[in-house]
Design a protein around this ligand. Sequence first.
Ligand code: HEC
Length: 161
Amino acid sequence: MLKPKLVLTKLAFLIAAIGLLSACSDVENTATTLSTTTAKDGSARWYTSEQLAQGKVIFSENCAACHGVDAGGVGEGVDDWKTPDANGLYPAPPINGSAHAWHHSLEVLLRTINDGGKPLGGTMPAWQGRLTDAEQLSVVAAFQDYWPDAIYARWDTIKKP
Ligand code: HEC
C-alpha cells in the first residue's frame, strides 16, 4: 500500500509532468514574504562553491541533453517542452526556476533525480547507482543556480514535500 506522502509526491510529480503549471498557483502561500534581494548572492544559498562547480560538470554531462544547457527545458530536438511527442510523452521541463520544479522541496527534487520518472509513467532516467548521493546533491545546486533570487527565496520556505 502506498504511503499518503508518497501519493502526494506522485500527484505533484504528475501535475508537473503533464504541464498543468497553472493548477499549482492556488497552493502557493500568498503570505510568504518575498525576497527583495536583487543582487545574486551565492552565499545566501545552501550549497558551497565546490558543490556548484562539481554540479555544473555533472549537469552538462548528464542532464543538459534533455533539460537544455542552461536548464531552460530546450533539449536536443525539442522546440516546446509543453508539446508531447507522438507517444504522448512530454519532453524534459525547464528546471531553471521558470516552470514547476521550484515547488518541490530539496527532498522531493533529490527523490525525482534518484528514482527518475519511469515509476510515474515518465521518461526521465533514474540516477540511482549512476550518481552518488553527494553528486545528486551537487547537481541540484547546478540547476538551482539558475533560479532567480525571488524564486529561490520562495522555494526556501518549502520545507516539506
Ligand atoms: C532522457 C532525458 C532526461 C535526462 C537525461 C534527464 N532528465 Fe530530468 N526529466 C526528464 C523528463 C522527461 C522529466 C519530466 C518527468 C518525466 O517524464 O519523467 C524530467 C523531470 C525532472 C525533474 C522534475 C521537474 C519538475 O518540474 O518537477 C528534475 C528535478 C530533473 N528532471 C532533474 C534532472 C537532472 C538533475 C538530470 C541529470 C542528472 C536529469 N534530470 C536528466 C528528462 C530527462
